[in-house]
Design a protein around this ligand. Structure first.
Ligand code: SF4
Length: 151
């Protein structure tokens, strides 16, 4: 799903930015991401005037991308993505335990991973916006991987 800058400009949360900066894609995109990052995708789509429901979103849309021309912002994880990532992480951890292996990464690995996450543009409020995972937990589990292959 691509949301255009014209649509972003119509969002109430972008009104002040639009008045001050005009229809500049990056400012509007950043404002929309900040405003909706703790909300559901349904809230954003409703505000955009797109009729849908939670079941349709959970079933069909994994990633929200805000884009203009060739510029693409970070995907914002939906609640469906977060659930999927959590289930995947839980499954991998159970497999590790079943093999009799330690499901936790070493302290050195955890520290290295966290340093990388904290300097990553996808790191917001202790969450990875690529997969929706809580990064404290994600960096601790041995079986986890960075979706951008940074670690
Ligand atoms: S897991 Fe990877 S993509 Fe996600 S915040 Fe960490 S470094 Fe960035």
């Amino acid at each position: 799903m691509i949301i255009t800058v014209e649509q972003l400009a119509r969002l109430p949360c972008c009104a002040l930015v639009f008045a001050a900066k005009g229809q500049h894609a990056r400012y509007l995109g950043d404002t929309a991401i900040r405003h909706y990052q703790d909300k559901t995708l349904l809230a954003l789509l409703t505000d955009l005037g797109i009729e849908t429901d939670e079941a349709t979103i959970q079933g069909g849309i994994g990633t929200l991308i805000l884009a203009r021309d060739k510029m693409t912002w970070l995907p914002a994880a939906t609640s469906g993505q977060m659930l999927g990532s959590a289930l995947k992480a839980a499954g991998a951890t159970l497999t590790t335990l079943a093999k009799g292996e330690n499901p936790l990464a070493t302290q050195e690995t955890i520290a290295t991973r966290r340093k990388i996450c904290e300097s990553c543009p996808s790191f917001q409020n202790n969450r990875c916006m690529q997969c929706g995972c809580n990064t404290t937990l994600k960096t601790t589990l041995a079986s986890e991987h960075c979706p951008l292959e940074k670690w």
